[in-house]
Design a protein around this ligand. Structure first.
Ligand SMILES: Nc1ncnc2c1ncn2[C@@H]1O[C@H](COP(=O)(O)OP(=O)(O)O)[C@@H](O)[C@H]1O
Ligand SMILES: [Mg+2]
Length: 173
């Protein structure tokens, strides 16, 4: 398997590399189907509402490598089991509130739990950090203004189901 220098992980679509201790970059190389501009816009939208989604920093181009980079704040997740149950409960409640805020503002993440037929662990887009749960990967996230009310409502409904399943997993892990 091909690996890039400083690669963190290869997700479903893109490679993510560490730039330094503070920043990571999602790489868009050649003729990618996924659109860096759209992903950046969705990140910035969510960032303007609250701190739940990883912070957008900038879009950059690596002249030498000839690839586009979506630069974000680097997160260092902890294992769920390293945190006391009581604290996890508090943290989950904040997570639920922040996600509800995003829904209300017209942002649905849509990749909280991958269907089991897809590669990757079920909850690999949710990071536990010392200051709370954070979401990464807005690749398939949707803004209400792009799809309209009825479709958006269905996405939110599905997301709420996934969140209640995640709660079981997170608290009992
Ligand atoms: N902000 C970040 N901080 C640390 N690691 C990250 C960050 N964003 C992504 N990663 C790492 O890169 C992987 C793939 O990123 P992701 O945005 O989920 O892309 P994909 O659409 O390919 O799943 C993640 O599972 C994680 O290991
Ligand atoms: Mg992912």
């Amino acid at each position: 398997m091909k690996r890039y220098p400083r690669q963190l992980s290869a997700g479903e679509n893109n490679i993510v590399i560490a730039l330094n201790q503070l920043e990571v970059a999602k790489i868009y190389e050649g003729d990618t189907r996924s659109d860096i501009g759209s992903e950046a816009e969705k990140l910035q939208f969510a960032n303007s509402i609250n701190g739940l989604v990883a912070k957008f920093i900038r879009i950059d181009f690596d002249e030498e490598k000839q690839w586009e980079m979506l630069v974000m704040k680097r997160l260092f997740p902890m294992d769920f089991r390293s945190m006391e149950f009581e604290r996890r409960e508090l943290i989950f409640n904040v997570f639920e509130d922040e996600l509800a805020q995003l829904h209300k503002a017209g942002f649905a993440h849509r990749d909280i739990c991958r269907p089991s037929i897809m590669a990757g662990e079920s909850y690999d887009n949710i990071f536990l950090t010392a200051s709370g749960l954070r979401l990464i990967d807005v690749g398939i996230s949707t803004l209400q203004r792009q799809v309209g009310g009825p479709i958006f409502e269905r996405f939110v409904e599905q997301e709420l189901k996934e969140i209640s399943e995640f709660k079981e997993f997170f608290l009992n892990r």
